[in-house]
Design a protein around this ligand. Structure first.
Ligand SMILES: [Fe+2]
Ligand SMILES: [Fe+2]
Length: 198
């Protein structure tokens, strides 16, 4: 499925500048997010658009990302300064805002696609899991995560966050405070669901 929009037109030459693998990943995230959008209550055009542009800054190096984030007025935090690759979401979101081709919801989904955030709405959560689960992704456990997400989007979001945490913990990579806060939030939601009378 291809979706035409001002954002897709704006993104086309920028996607061309990415490596073929990254470009294919962006398209795959866009398509998967658009396919899942209806049951998330999200407009498929918004899901497609956010997926398409989420990694436009992913191939910039750390110093360039830091400079660009500062130019765009993003308040770079300590974790991002230590690990500037985390800035590729905020930078791409800043470009979308600057170009005036998205919406605040699309910008937020792009901004937080790497770390997640407690403020993520349905579109943001959908893009977060589509990024992790698009068909080109191949890592231990991805098929099980896909099955969870296919059956229940909210459970899929919790499972992908949990898998992100395990991945980071196994490698001793510090968890960004936004990721930790997103985890605490969904852990609470999961408990509330379990405790709710059926
Ligand atoms: Fe990314
Ligand atoms: Fe990605």
């Amino acid at each position: 499925m291809e979706e035409r929009s001002a954002l897709a037109d704006w993104a086309a030459p920028r996607l061309e500048r990415l490596s073929p693998g990254r470009r294919a990943h962006c398209l795959a995230v866009a398509r998967l997010a658009a396919r899942w959008a209806p049951r998330w209550g999200v407009a498929s055009g918004d899901a497609y658009a956010a997926g398409l542009v989420h990694d436009l800054a992913r191939e910039w190096d750390g110093p360039a990302l830091l400079r660009e984030a500062e130019r765009l007025g993003w308040p770079v935090d300590e974790a991002e300064r230590a690990s500037p690759i985390l800035l590729h979401g905020p930078v791409a979101a800043g470009w979308v805002r600057e170009a005036g081709v998205g919406s605040p919801a699309i910008e937020a989904a792009v901004r937080y696609h790497t770390t997640a955030a407690p403020s993520l709405d349905a579109l943001g959560r959908l893009v977060f899991i589509a990024d992790a689960l698009e068909p080109g992704r191949a890592y231990a456990g991805v098929d099980a995560l896909r099955r969870v997400a296919e059956a229940d989007g909210a459970a899929g979001y919790r499972a992908v966050l949990a898998s992100t945490r395990s991945y980071l913990a196994a490698r001793g990579i510090p968890v960004h405070p936004r990721t930790a806060a997103a985890w605490a939030q969904v852990a609470g939601e999961g408990r509330a669901e379990e405790e709710a009378p059926s």
